[in-house]
Design a protein around this ligand. Sequence first.
Ligand code: SAH
Length: 241
Amino acid sequence: MRVLVVMAMHAEAEPVVRELGLAPVSTPPWAAHVPMKLYQGRVGSMELDLVVNGVDKQSGLDLIGTQAATASAMLGCEAFKPDLVVSAGTCGGFAKRGGEIGKVYLAEDRVWYHDRRVPIPGFDAMARGGYMVANLDNVAETLGLARGVVTTGDSLDLSAEDSERIEAVGAHAKEMEAAAVAWVAGLFGAGFTALKSVTDIVDGPHPPEEEFFENLKHATEQLAKELVRLVHAIAEDAGLA
Ligand code: SAH
């Protein structure tokens, strides 16, 4: 069994690389021009690969959002042919649904887009995504992981239109990559899940851009801790630990 983890920011990935003892590997020659960074390792006899979006050439900042996530997932899936793809990162949580800073959600049910609006029959449903997540109920129960519906869009702020769609699916985790990664995993016939740690409270009093940096370190430490537990439990469940 082979698991691919897809992450956006270096700060999010660093504790994961350290705690799983992953080693950097070069991108395949056909992808030499992309900014994505690849890492590899093992959990028992399970192969574990990680792709991080890398930095934007013009700004020097970490690439975030669905555009880079799509390219990362495509690269990782083509290079490693994973059985399961995990979109791991940070998210905004919702106090009204039990969200707290540093709480880590394993995706449940489906992953949605909240900012793609196409009011044409058929295209409307396609734009919403709604990609199924893999059934990891047993693993989640063993680990006592919180479960939540994940929703994706390309903005950090919250518009009234986005909010309507987020409420329609009762989302617990608002972030910027998962649905894009889920779509690519589906193209490759791989299972998909997401693990998201709360950096900011969407329905709280503070703007996300302030809370995000204040809580990034704590949230990423929690994320790394739960991701390590998750991949070990998946390896054990598959008899590979
Ligand atoms: N300002 C930061 C970038 C943060 S963008 C910087 O310059 O480095 C937010 C990143 O964290 C995205 O990858 C997204 O998936 C996640 N995220 C955390 N909280 C979010 C929220 N409330 N809404 C959308 N994405 C969020």
